[in-house]
Design a protein around this ligand. Structure first.
Ligand SMILES: [Zn+2]
Ligand SMILES: [Zn+2]
Length: 579
């Protein structure tokens, strides 16, 4: 029994327990155990189980170890089988529908006897769902949308999940005795916000086809298809690996081709053709048909007359022209970040104190942190009434007198109310070093009203940064209807910054819009939206997306010194006669 299969069993148990309405701690225990096992990455759990080593793995307790005992001894879990018998499989699928909680699924099942996604869809269409107590036509509509969304994007994974997955697969493939070199390609290498599969390119010592085939026997594999050196492997938990085994002299070409995007590859291929070169089965050949060894991509770009194009830029959005004429951006590096401006503390819904957040920011090499807790209207998130703000500011002042070479800034994440006003009166807003304005309610407005709401918030000179500007939750909630171009134009006119919220579920603004922000000269704040000390690290994923948007350090507000951030906010407040 390998750890991937065992982890899959444990997370299925967690899902069934959720559907049965078991308490959340119990469900989380199974999920935590699954995570611990995945991180372990063992091909065979049996010896680890027998020696008692598993008992020391994080997240494993008596109940979850009992499941593993079953798996090791019988190859299946009796507990999972019991749960499976008492719960229709279709209900498990319903859990993946955005906006459909386990609680709602139980009501649907008990009230209408629905057991599959298809039945659910039919009931949402013919009005049965809407007739359930506390459902109504709006909920039915939302569920239909959710089902469509799921069909559309069901196989996609968020970038940060895909990255973890890819790292494990690289480690696995790298252990193979015939593999000389292995690298991640595909969407993940291009820093796409979601990825359909993990694509790996591997250089093999022996015939690539043979080596590729040997991976179909890896533990946790459900099936493998494909011919020759390119194989698609599907694992028991639904993960998919595209593995391409090549020779070392093809590696650069294969890596480039498998990284994509298809449009970028076509573009470069055309440039090669103009210079009498061609690609043939991942070989680069010159005019006489001779192989040009290309162990890495630089050979290929050079041959095409281009500067090296970073993978995250390869979207056929002007990068090859720029590479031809020395116009590629000097992309921002994680080390350029000097502080963070979107951080919550335990004053609202964060888990750490102001001091702990400050210490953690300093440990990351930053010289400032802006604490931006929720504002008073966000009662569900412990939003701060004015007297709590005063208390927090006192604490920050006191802290700043003790900290050397480090600064805590007084920020706030103020709700943008339905009419576009910020959540405090001007005399309170004046007390902050800077203000991030975000929408947390009334998402369903039509485009014109929503745009007007945000534009009028931008009219308030207190607003320094527009937080998560479109409200999207990747693979779960579409952005709200809003004219992003109009918002960016306005931000430019009034001197406000927009946020790249680095929460991996958001990555909002989208990189395509950020590119537009850069062109307009609108500054971008990469905000971790940290609710804990570890949450600060999402900034790195934010930088990856910023790079995809062609951003340089000078485009990013929190790549500047604290004094410059303060000056930016002040300039906005004191500017006269803004648009
Ligand atoms: Zn927010
Ligand atoms: Zn926030």
């Amino acid at each position: 029994m390998d750890s991937r299969t065992a982890a899959h069993v444990l997370s299925k148990i967690a899902a069934y327990l959720e559907l049965k309405g078991e308490n959340t701690f119990k469900c989380r225990a199974y999920l935590g155990a699954a995570k611990g096992l995945l991180a372990l990455g063992a091909d065979d759990l049996t010896p680890l189980f027998r020696s008692g080593e598993l008992e020391r793995v994080r997240g494993l307790g008596p109940a979850t170890l009992a499941v593993i005992r079953d798996l090791v001894e019988f190859g299946e879990s009796r507990y999972l089988e019991q749960l499976r018998e008492s719960t229709p499989e279709g209900l498990l699928e319903m859990l993946d529908v955005p906006g459909l909680s386990a609680d709602k699924i139980r009501k649907i099942h008990d009230g209408l006897g629905l057991e599959t996604l298809e039945e659910l869809e039919a009931a949402a269409r013919d009005g049965r769902l809407a007739s359930l107590p506390r459902f109504g036509p709006k909920t039915a509509q939302r569920i239909l949308k959710g089902i469509a969304f799921l069909r559309d994007k069901g196989s996609l994974r968020l970038h940060h999940h895909a990255l973890v997955e890819a790292a494990q697969l690289v480690a696995m493939v790298g252990q193979h005795p015939d593999i000389e070199r292995v690298e991640v390609a595909g969407d993940i290498r291009r820093h796409c916000e979601v990825a359909a599969s993990v694509v790996l390119v591997a250089a093999c010592r022996r015939a690539p086809a043979e080596t590729a085939q040997s991976f179909t026997r890896v533990p946790g594999v459900r099936h493998a298809e494909g011919a020759g050196a390119s194989i698609v492997i599907r694992f028991v938990d639904g993960a998919r690996l595209d593995l391409h085994c090549v020779e070392l002299t093809q590696f650069g070409v294969a890596l480039w081709r498998e990284t994509g995007s298809a449009a970028h590859v076509a573009d470069v291929r055309e440039r090669l053709a103009r210079r009498g070169l061609r690609i043939d089965n991942d070989w680069l050949r010159d005019g006489g048909g001779r192989i040009v060894p290309a162990p890495d991509e630089t050979v290929l770009y050079q041959a095409a007359g281009l500067a090296f194009v970073e993978p995250e830029l390869r979207e056929a959005m002007g990068e090859t022209d720029a590479a031809e004429h020395g116009g590629l951006p000097n992309l921002i590096e994680p080390t350029a970040i000097r502080g963070a401006l979107h951080c919550h503390s335990h004053y609202s819904d964060g888990k750490a104190s102001v001091r702990e957040m400050a210490d953690a920011a300093r440990e990351r090499g930053w010289s400032y942190i802006g604490i931006s807790d929720h504002s008073q209207s966000a009662f569900y998130a412990g939003g701060l009434p004015p007297e709590r703000i005063l208390a927090q500011h006192e604490e920050i002042d006191e802290l700043n007198t003790r900290l050397r070479d480090f600064h805590v800034l007084k920020g706030i994440e103020a709700d943008i109310l339905a009419d576009g006003r910020l959540d405090y009166s001007a005399d309170i807003l004046d007390r902050f070093d800077y203000v991030t304005g975000s929408i947390h309610s009334r998402f369903a407005m039509d485009g014109a009203t929503m745009t007007e709401r945000v534009l009028s918030a931008l009219d308030d000179p207190h607003l320094t940064i527009l937080g998560h500007p479109t409200g999207r939750l990747l693979l779960a909630r579409e952005p709200y209807a809003i004219d992003v171009d109009a918002v960016l134009e306005k931000a430019r006119a009034v001197g406000a910054a927009v946020e790249l919220n680095a929460d991996p579920h958001r990555l909002d603004l989208d990189w395509r819009h950020l590119r537009r922000a850069k062109t307009l000269g609108v500054s971008v704040a990469i905000g971790p939206d940290a609710h804990s000390v570890n949450g600060l690290d999402t900034v790195n994923g934010g930088v990856a997306i910023a790079r995809k948007a062609w951003l340089e350090a000078r485009d990013v507000l929190n790549a500047r010194a604290a004094e410059d951030v303060l000056a930016f906010a002040r300039a906005r407040r004191t500017a006269k006669g803004v648009a």
